[in-house]
Design a protein around this ligand. Structure first.
Ligand SMILES: [Zn+2]
Length: 469
């Protein structure tokens, strides 16, 4: 009996020791992870729309491992690096679903013109004389610097020498869906559309499977390509399972061209060709009727809404409330900096929200939450990447930004989502993290030399000015 009691006592003591160890270890953080962002207001953009007032995000390597209260995260995780986000807002990095990164070098070159005049008198001639691998590399470095500084973590690009753009994007640490342009007339990187298609395929093979770069094919538009080339570009992207990026129904001129040449609307024409389907990301979608919205929905086409570019070029107002009601995957874009004139996605959110209130006479047409959704998870859906980015959830890539909320303009703060859309600017972003790597800490960009990127861009501006004079 005595020995049985002794055994029982020993078991009880052992159990108590184990329990004590578990408590102690959980208090100090059981699991070592690479990075913990703590004490911020975490706006997750997850399915439940969770906002965690004193929250934290645990990151290990490239992935988010946990999103919870700061207490819970600190009990379970110990970060090799810790970022204190007290007084700041932590949210998924912003997703720019349409731009032309190197066009930052044409920023402010020609303003206050309609699309066709702007393109044919200024942009196409300037591009013909200046665009080269060196030009796109310098332009991409400048664009990447601006995007990192303003909280964009994934961007979608359509331009020339896309492999050079991809190398610089990787170097800067950004995530990119990068489309090699296919266009009918001779351009700096291709004499013919067949050259451009061959270049696109080489590019796809070069970057397929890359953790940061999703290569894509970018047939420019229905008005700059014939039907067979459009379909060849589409077939190429389908063969490789990569996105197809196109400008669609941007202006009334495009609608007129489609009517005159094909007796159809731009959407009707592309659908008749069999072009529309999953993986197509259509930029603008301004001149799209209600029934055509349903066509885009049925074909699973993603739409990129670019309110600032559409307003600046007086292209028109996209039927965004219609897209939202129909359940079309819709994201926000800046378009190239030459028609915006910056790459600030906070501007894009605010403009989208204000524009559709005015257009519809309904202040609820695009709410702050909806605008923020379009800039994050909505953009991820439009690009077919919602399983990887667009929200702060365990298992997704760690693309995270930390936004300061301490300026006079942001004081006081009742609702972080209101502030993110209506008062915050790109400059308020303090920290930018992509794929678990800190690209900017306290406004210090770590992957690019800011001074040399800016100096180099000013040097290119001299050549651009000479080209259009
Ligand atoms: Zn564009």
């Amino acid at each position: 009996m005595a020995s049985a009691n002794l055994k029982l006592a020993l078991v009880a003591i052992a159990l108590a020791i184990v329990i004590a160890l578990v408590i102690v270890s959980s208090q100090t953080g059981e699991r070592q992870v690479s990075l913990v962002v703590v004490n911020g207001t975490v706006v997750t953009m997850d399915g439940a729309g969770r906002v965690i007032p004193n929250g934290a995000v645990a990151i290990d390597g490239s992935d988010i491992v946990a999103v919870d209260t700061a207490d819970a995260i600190q009990r379970q995780y110990r970060g090799t690096e810790t970022i204190d986000a007290a007084g700041q807002v932590v949210l998924p990095g912003l997703i720019n679903t349409h731009t032309h990164a190197p066009m930052v070098l044409f920023r402010g070159l020609a303003d206050d013109l309609a699309l066709m005049e702007w393109l044919t008198k200024y942009i196409f001639p300037a591009e013909a004389k200046t665009v080269s691998p060196e030009f796109v590399r310098a332009g991409t470095r400048l664009a990447a610097l601006e995007m990192i500084q303003s909280g964009t973590t994934t961007y979608t690009d359509m331009y020339y020498f896309e492999e050079e753009i991809a190398k610089e994007t990787k170097g800067a640490g950004l995530r990119g869906v990068l489309g090699q342009t296919v266009i009918q007339f001779p351009v700096p990187d291709a004499k013919t559309p067949a050259d451009a298609l061959a270049r696109a395929e080489t590019f796809i093979n070069m970057f397929k499977g890359d953790p940061l770069i999703t290569p894509a094919v970018a047939p420019h538009a229905m008005y700059t390509l014939d039907g067979p080339t459009l379909m060849a570009a589409r077939a190429l992207s389908m063969r490789h399972g990569v996105p197809t990026l196109i400008h669609l129904a941007e202006t009334r001129d495009e609608v007129k061209t489609a009517q005159d040449q094909y007796k159809a609307s731009p959407v009707g024409y592309l659908d008749r060709l069999g072009f529309l389907g999953p993986g197509v990301v259509a930029a603008h979608g301004v001149w799209v009727s209600e029934p055509e919205i349903m066509v885009l929905r049925q074909r699973n086409v993603g739409v990129s809404h670019n309110p600032e570019s559409n307003m600046k070029l007086a292209s028109g107002t996209a039927p965004v409330p219609g897209y939202l009601a129909a359940g079309v995957a819709i994201g926000l874009g800046t378009d190239g900096a030459a028609s915006n004139n910056d790459l600030d996605m906070f501007d894009a959110m605010q403009t989208a929200s204000l524009l559709h209130k005015l257009q519809t006479g309904d202040p609820r047409a695009v709410s702050a939450r909806t605008a923020l959704e379009m800039a994050t998870i909505g953009g991820a859906r439009a690009l077919g990447m919602a399983d990887r980015v667009g929200s702060l959830e365990p298992g997704k890539r760690a693309d995270v930004i930390v936004v300061g909320m301490a300026t006079a303009r942001q004081t006081p703060m009742y609702d972080p989502i209101s502030h993110l859309v209506y008062t915050t600017r790109g400059d308020d972003v303090r920290t930018t993290i992509v794929h678990g790597k800190v690209l900017m800490r306290n406004r210090q960009v770590l992957t690019l030399n800011e001074a040399s990127v800016l100096a180099e861009a000013r040097g290119w501006a001299e050549k651009v000015r000479a080209a259009v004079n």
